[in-house]
Design a protein around this ligand. Structure first.
Ligand code: PLP
Length: 400
């Protein structure tokens, strides 16, 4: 007789069970959503999503494509038109010869991050990430069967990695890949040329693939964005992850890409055949249309974040408890709250309880971000200014 008692039921894989460990990072977010569901007013400065919808002209293109019949299976590696548009964007921005054969369209940058790691890590091999990191990174690497190892950065270095730290971690763990993110979520750091050259040299010296997450490359407030794929010798060992989500306010459409060597793109297409089976054609047509509108549309979508980043720095200029990393790019501000004596987690929970303002505790983005909170600049300017004034007042009270 087969037993139905729990200990005799088939188990879930440790790979899948291990993914459920970013728990605390989302506790504040979930508590805020529960308060809103109860009808309470909460200023939500948590997730990186625009407070406005996908531009109407992109939706018109999506609608026209769907009505014209592009609702069946579409080319799995991406439509010819979209791959061409992405290649043109990358070539124009980097000067690196890039054709459609170098582009795989993925369901968002997140799926691109997963596919890139699937492509380069054998089971059990180490993939390095820079800490602080986007919250999904460790889980993404674990999901591929890889082993994430963090390379810490320091606020004093502008949260840019030191080549020696990358080299040490690569040697100690026999790493196969390094994942970087510039402009960075959560710090807003943009890696300068010297930093990227050092990273590139470390990758060459230690035989690493470089996976470069550039989903915020349209949100540049200071300095310039350089793609490390453009550095000498790097195009053959770099997989760039890009996305329509942030640049075109298309988070829900789930369109991203990997740009890399043709042979890698061919192999990653086999992964797509066996996993996603591509993206809806009408979504890809809308993305191709949006990319055709180009820089002007990207600037329009980025404008509110540029303005709010300046506004936030102005509002916080007068206080002395919070130390601010002045984000050079992306849609966030990382605040060092250690002078309050609280952890990022406790600060965020109390701020939610006492001021009804929700922010992300730094601990969810890695050890190097502990004692910080991340503010998403994703609410109306006046609401943001008022919330930051109250947040600074709360911090001053905590600091006593
Ligand atoms: N990479 C970074 C650094 C992010 O912040 C995000 C989303 O917030 C992503 C990748 C994934 O974005 P998407 O899958 O919407 O393209």
């Amino acid at each position: 007789m087969p037993s139905h008692s729990p200990e005799h039921l088939p188990k879930l894989s440790t790979r899948i069970l291990d993914l459920a460990s970013s728990g605390d990072a989302w506790a504040v977010f979930s508590a805020a959503r529960e308060m809103v569901a109860r009808g309470e007013t909460v200023v939500e400065l948590t997730i990186g999503e625009h407070d406005f919808k996908t531009p109407a002209e992109i939706l018109d293109a999506m609608d026209a494509s769907a009505r014209a019949g592009h609702t069946g299976y579409a080319a799995i590696s991406g439509t010819a038109a979209l791959r061409q548009r992405v290649a043109e964007r990358v070539a124009a921005r980097t000067g690196v010869a890039t054709g459609p054969e170098n582009v795989l369209i993925t369901p968002g940058g997140q799926a691109g991050l997963f596919a890139a790691h699937m492509g380069v890590l054998e089971p059990g091999q180490t993939g390095l990430c820079i800490d602080p990191y986007y919250a999904t990174y460790p889980g993404t690497i674990r999901a591929t069967g890889g082993r994430p190892v963090m390379v810490p950065t320091r606020a004093g270095d502008g949260f840019r990695p030191r080549a020696s730290a990358i080299a040490d971690a690569a040697c100690a763990h026999g790493a196969r890949s390094l994942l970087i993110n510039t402009p960075n979520n959560p710090t807003g750091a943009i890696y300068d040329r010297a930093t990227l050259e050092e990273i590139a040299a470390a990758c060459v010296d230690h035989g690493l693939w470089l996976i470069s997450d550039e989903v915020y490359d349209s949100m540049i407030w200071e300095g310039e964005h350089l793609s490390p794929r453009a550095l000498p010798g790097m195009a053959e060992r770099t997989l760039v992850v890009g996305s329509m989500s942030k640049a075109y306010a298309m988070t829900g459409s789930r369109v991203g890409w990997i740009v890399g060597p043709e042979a890698a793109i061919d192999s990653l297409t086999n992964l797509a055949i066996n996993t996603t089976y591509g993206l809806p054609g009408f979504i890809q047509d809308a993305a191709a249309f949006a990319l055709g509108e180009g820089a002007a549309l990207e600037a329009r979508v980025a404008a509110p974040f540029r303005r709010r980043r300046a506004l936030a720095l102005e509002v916080l200029a007068g206080q002395s408890v919070l130390r601010i990393t002045p984000a050079q790019g992306a849609m966030y501000l990382l605040l060092d709250i250690r002078a309050t004596g609280l952890s990022g987690q406790d600060f965020a929970l109390r701020l939610l309880e006492e001021e009804h303002i929700a922010v992300m505790p730094g601990e969810g983005f890695g050890r190097a971000a502990a004692g910080h909170v991340r503010i998403a600049l994703t609410v109306d300017d006046a609401v943001l200014a008022e919330a930051l004034t109250r947040l600074a007042g709360f911090a001053a009270r905590c600091a006593g």
